[in-house]
Design a protein around this ligand. Structure first.
Ligand code: AMP
Ligand code: ZN
Length: 664
């Protein structure tokens, strides 16, 4: 690159980064992904290194870019908050380590702490005599905003320490992914703005002028730095983390003290995929020199410590082209659009398809075939489409009018976002969908009966519905050319041995609209045999905690249908009989009581569920006004918060055992 070209590009990058700083920090709504931002940042740094004359003081590489929101009082940090240098490859990580090792030639390997880089907002807390005096945002690293009142409602931050210390704390405020999703759902229902990601939701919640609103949001804190004038308090980073825990802070448990860079890289590789199992967003790993004395020797650049660096994970979000929208019709007739994408690499896998949920979602996103779309790795396996490029208008993809599998006019029930093919009894897509689902792991779990076998059986007219699976003979199966599937004998045996499922599996497998495994479980707990479920009316169903009007109506309609009655009769004739409730009652002390279990208990949840049922109680999966008790384990989820807000009685394991005493 020549100097003039470099100058042009530097100006452009500076402008782009500044614009995005604004969108990100001030408006809490970024236009580009973090990965793209980091790429621009690294490119700018690279050019500036090559052409040092282009590096100006106002360059984003020279400072920690936030702008201050004016509504909050400014606060000059006693100790500056630095940013972190970062890289996205292991070579750079090794180079960083080699540079440091050169400073300490007498040492074999250097002690490092590697921790998760939490994707939230960094905050500075000041304690005087053990009392929280100031909580502030990072701001530009030198001056931040005072948000002490808001900080006080955050979980993981003590207002009073277990010792009267004068210390400063750095840590990350974040919102759990599940809470973020719930908040967006609530906002969507209320017609309010949705947040782009958990970090923006945390930022939006933290920067509320009304601290009452902040308190309603599920914000948490992980402390990662302890600063004290008293140099005798600790001499290494891992000791500081121990003290933070003792003082009452939440410290992220997923850190390791290691020697040298190789184990650091192992940890990075491990967390690159494992992080999707955490309920908080992480965007990388942070590596820190453990020895505080060395940290001080190595010091800082104008924006970041030299004794620490970050490894950024590959992007969780990526832009690609929407090449087509495929329409599928599911087992209950629901018509779902699926995005077909130009294949792209996303967080370690190649992605070709993404979920679009329904046609309301397509309209909300304003997308059509040909748009560039941002896709994101979600908790589910199939990623989802987040948004299209701003101002890229290709019109909106229209929902089809008829089912492409059976030609029926599609319908959209009042108050629902989903479009349905109403042809329950004759639409081949629905029928095949129900047979595939019947045999699936979640339902009857029949090994060897999957999509391709069902397709062949149905096309050969050997089966018309899932009940027909049980009339198949080995000879029938041998007529098909089974290449991918297991042997006919095995398939036959797998089908035959599925004849006595639990009631929950059986009900789930029927593909009743709105009735998944959890609801099926609630029904199975309430009735002792299939006959009484088939004859239940809406009133008796809605009395069950966790079953609403719509689900109750769907169940009643399902069992009233002649078509379904015929299938159920066939199942009975073929000897398919769900097991009734297997719990033997021991007492009635929990009669009329509904329990919700949350957190980790000393034994598997099932153990407690069975105990509750044995003593006449019910177990529900979500907290509502009908919940009598919450049985609370360690690290409870959001159910605990909901229970607290509803004033439900909380029992720990000991309380629970006490209630049972004398009845077992
Ligand atoms: P960046 O925003 O990419 O410059 O990265 C620096 C930021 O990472 C810090 O300001 C912190 O907000 C954040 N961070 C998250 N987790 C950690 C951690 N474990 N140690 C240090 N910083 C962290
Ligand atoms: Zn159809």
């Amino acid at each position: 690159m020549d100097y003039l070209k470099a100058q042009e590009r530097v100006e452009e990058l500076k402008r782009l980064i500044k614009e995005n700083n604004e969108a990100y920090y001030v408006n809490d709504s970024p236009n580009i992904t973090d990965f793209e931002y980091d790429e621009m940042f690294r490119e700018l740094k690279r050019i500036e290194e090559e052409f040092p004359l282009l590096r100006t003081a106002d360059s984003p590489t020279q400072k920690v870019g936030d702008k201050i929101l004016t509504e909050f009082k400014e606060h000059t940090h006693k100790y500056r908050l630095y940013s972190l240098d970062n890289s996205n490859n292991y070579d750079d990580l090794r180079k960083w380590y080699e540079r440091i090792k050169k400073e300490y030639p007498q040492e074999q390997e250097i002690n490092l702490v590697v921790e998760l880089k939490i994707d939230g907002l960094s905050c500075a807390l000041t304690y005087e005599n053990g009392i929280l005096k100031i909580g502030a945002t990072r701001g530009n690293g030198i001056v931040g905003e005072i948000i002490t009142e808001n900080i006080k409602s955050i979980k993981g931050i003590p207002q009073k320490l277990s010792k009267p210390l004068n210390i400063d704390i750095r840590g990350e405020v974040y919102m759990p992914v599940t809470s973020f999703e719930r908040l967006n759902e609530e906002n969507r229902e209320k017609g309010l703005k949705e947040f782009a990601n958990p970090r923006n939701a945390a930022a939006g919640s933290l920067r509320q002028l009304d601290s009452g609103i902040t308190a309603q949001r599920d914000l948490h804190f992980f402390a990662y730095t302890l600063i004290s004038e008293d140099k005798s308090l600790f001499s290494s980073h891992h000791e500081a983390l121990d003290i933070l825990k003792e003082l009452g802070f939440n410290v992220n448990p997923n850190y390791s003290l290691v020697k040298g860079i190789n184990p650091v890289i192992k940890k990075c590789e491990y967390w690159e995929t494992e992080r999707f199992n955490l309920d908080y967003a992480t965007d990388g790993m942070v590596v820190k020199i453990d020895d505080i004395y060395k940290q001080n020797e190595l010091g800082y650049t104008s924006r970041a410590p030299k004794w620490a660096t970050a490894f950024k994970f590959p992007p969780e979000e990526v832009w690609t082209k929407l090449e087509d929208i495929e329409i599928s019709v599911g087992k209950t007739g629901a018509v779902t659009p699926i995005a077909v994408l130009t294949p792209v690499q996303l967080a370690g896998t190649i992605v070709k398809r993404a979920s679009l949920h329904n046609f309301d979602e397509i309209e909300r996103l304003g997308i059509n075939i040909g748009n560039e779309v941002l896709i994101k790795k979600a908790a589910e396996i199939i990623p989802k489409v987040i948004r299209k490029r701003e101002n890229e208008d290709k019109g909106v993809f229209l929902a089809p009018g008829v089912c492409k599998f059976c030609g029926s006019n599609l319908v959209k029930p009042e108050g629902e976002a989903i479009l349905y093919c109403p042809n329950t009894t004759n639409c081949p897509a629905q029928i095949k969908g129900r047979i595939i689902y019947w045999a699936s792991k979640e339902a009857m779990d029949i090994d060897g009966v999957g999509e391709s076998l069902v397709e062949k059986l149905y096309e050969a007219k050997l089966i018309e519905d899932f009940a027909d699976l049980y009339k198949l003979t080995v000879q029938d199966l041998m007529k098909l050319d089974l290449i991918k599937e297991k042997s006919s004998d095995n398939i036959y045996n797998a089908i035959q041995s599925s004849k006595n499922p639990t009631m929950t599996r059986f009900l789930t497998a029927l593909s009743i609209k709105l009735i998944g495994k959890e609801t099926a479980d609630l029904i199975a707990n309430e009735f002792s045999d299939l006959e009484s479920i088939m004859n239940a009316d809406i009133d008796s169903l809605v009395k069950i905690d966790g079953i609403g009007d719509k689900a109750a109506k769907s169940i009643v309609e399902f069992f009233q249908s002649d078509y379904n009655r015929k299938i159920l009769q066939k199942l009975k004739d073929y000897g398919v009989n769900p097991k009734g409730s297997s719990v033997v009652k021991e007492s009635d002390i929990f009669a009329g009581k509904t329990f919700v279990i949350t957190g980790t208990l000393s034994k598997p949840r099932q153990f407690f569920e069975e105990k509750i049922k044995k003593h006449g109680g019910k177990v529900s999966s979500s907290v509502s006004k009908k919940t009598s008790y919450v049985l609370l384990g360690e690290n409870p989820g959001s159910k605990f918060d909901k229970a607290s807000s509803l004033g439900v009685i909380i029992l720990n394991e000991r309380d629970f055992e006490k209630l049972l005493q004398g009845n077992e």
